[in-house]
Design a protein around this ligand. Structure first.
Ligand SMILES: Nc1nc2c(ncn2[C@@H]2O[C@H](COP(=O)(O)OP(=O)(O)OP(=O)(O)O)[C@@H](O)[C@H]2O)c(=O)[nH]1
Length: 449
């Protein structure tokens, strides 16, 4: 998870509130101090931290909770709101309005730019856009091959010529090439050799003048912490159509500093990089990010992920409901397992489920393709009634099902065990936290109040 350490520290500060019987001035001040410490440890600029925590303290001490809201909930809501504002308040999504939309990506060497372009291309492809990539890095011929290799599995085409020395020419030709092929989005990668922002911005201006992009995206390395401020500012001043992607937020101790520094410049952060794999890119939404960071759960994110899946898989709304409520039979389980295979690591999904916080179970419900195929065969030998209500399956039925499907009783039992495990897990989630969270996305399921 992005900023895991900061999240844990903030979560434990809020848990103090959740656990206490009364909320008084001393407690509020203690919690505010904990928040200060957590943010400073994550390299957030001290001046910004003080401004933020002062606001939290003032509001927490002076504002009266609205009717129906407990003082605890109220303070937590204030912390949530202020942190959200701190990181930019509203999500600013990447818009693909015209065909083709041309995006120009810039970033200092090692910022993760090439990887990020591959991630962005895949992200857009998953949403149904046909994407073409143009590599204009004339300094590092390897960049072209690196990009090609990253997107090869997804059949995304890369235009480039490692022999060519004129980056502007490459950019112009690449855009023309993909325009002719009718792609929806063209992403132009640039060289990252520059040691300073000035060189980077100069090249951006030159290429930009040649291809007239809809948006220039700056890729910033999240591990540089609050130093990101200067990079983001210089960029924002040079381009009116700039957005930012902050990378390497997985495992970075300074990620909080980088995110808040970029947000402080007013440049919109549209995505964050949370790992080395092509799938590890997340649209950045301050609200959702903060609620996850604080361990409040991310029901919105979860639902969106399901929506995405639904588009891919025609998963019905009632299936999503069943999944969330833990009411499902063997057929549903099969559909869910199949769905999960598509959705990527289950851990990421579970992390979004309110209430699970940090004690994530192992990937208990992730099964391989081969196993799924075996499950299908076993299920084909069950009666409709058994599929609807697996509790009916006794030992003699297990034997018959194994024989009928040409599998073993061990495998049948394994399938049933998996079903029971999943059912139990989702049921316990449901009971503990989901009901509260379901009321409104802004609930505080993760804190048990
Ligand atoms: N952990 C983690 N690593 C990342 C992330 N994004 C990129 N990286 C890694 O950062 C390193 C540099 O990434 P590149 O994409 O090669 O960097 P670049 O900025 O394109 O570098 P140049 O092509 O030289 O300009 C690689 O090892 C990437 O795998 C991320 O979000 N998380």
């Amino acid at each position: 998870m992005a900023l895991e350490k900061l999240g844990k520290a903030l979560n434990s500060a809020l848990r103090k509130l959740a656990r206490s019987s009364t909320v008084d001035e001393a407690l509020i001040k203690e919690v505010v101090r904990d928040i200060q410490r957590a943010l400073i440890q994550s390299d957030v600029n001290v001046r910004l931290v003080l401004q933020l925590t002062k606001r939290i303290q003032e509001r927490a001490l002076n504002e009266k909770p609205p009717a129906g809201v407990s003082p605890k909930e109220h303070v937590i809501k204030i912390v949530y709101e202020e942190l959200t504002n701190f990181l930019g308040r509203e999500a600013v999504p990447l818009e693909i309005k015209e065909k083709p939309t041309v995006l120009l990506a810039v970033g200092i060497q090692g910022s993760g730019k090439t990887t990020t372009i591959a991630k962005l291309a895949r992200h857009l492809q998953k949403r149904g856009y046909k994407v073409g990539l143009v590599c204009t890095d004339t300094w590092r011929p390897g960049a072209y091959y690196q990009l090609k290799q990253l997107v090869e599995p997804f059949k995304i085409e890369v235009f480039g010529d490692p022999e060519e020395k004129d980056a502007v020419k490459l950019a112009r030709e690449g855009v023309a090439y993909f325009k002719e092929r009718g792609v929806d989005v063209i992403i132009v990668d640039t060289a990252g050799r520059h040691k300073e922002e000035s060189g980077l911005i100069e090249e951006m201006k030159q290429i930009s003048g040649a291809i007239n992009p809809h948006e220039v995206i700056l890729v910033i390395d999240g591990t540089i912490g609050q130093q990101a401020y200067n990079q983001a500012l210089a960029f924002k001043e040079a381009t009116p159509i700039g957005s930012i992607i902050v990378t390497k937020l997985d495992g970075s101790a300074k990620g909080g500093g980088a995110l808040s520094a970029v947000a402080a410049t007013g440049a919109p952060i549209k995505f964050i990089g949370v790992g080395e794999r092509v799938e590890d890119l997340e649209p950045f939404d301050p609200k959702r990010f903060v609620s996850r960071l604080l361990g409040l759960g991310d029901i919105e994110g979860l639902l969106e992920k399901f929506e995405e899946l639904q588009r891919e898989q025609e998963l019905k709304e009632e299936d999503v409901e069943k999944f969330l409520k833990g009411k499902f039979n063997l057929k549903d389980m099969y559909a869910q397992l199949e769905a999960m295979q598509k959705m990527g690591p289950l851990k990421q999904i579970l992390q979004m489920i309110p209430g699970l916080g940090y004690s994530l179970p192992d990937d208990a419900v992730k099964v391989g393709e081969e196993k799924l195929r075996r499950y299908r065969i076993i299920m084909d030998s069950m009666t409709e009634e058994e599929l609807e209500n697996p509790d009916l399956i006794n030992y003699s039925r297990i034997k018959r099902i194994a024989r009928g499907s040409g599998t073993s009783t061990k495998e049948v039992r394994e399938l049933l065990a998996q079903y029971n495990q999943m059912r139990k897990m989702f049921k316990s989630l449901d009971k503990r936290k989901l009901a509260k969270m379901a009321k409104k996305f802004g609930g505080f399921g993760g804190l048990g109040i």
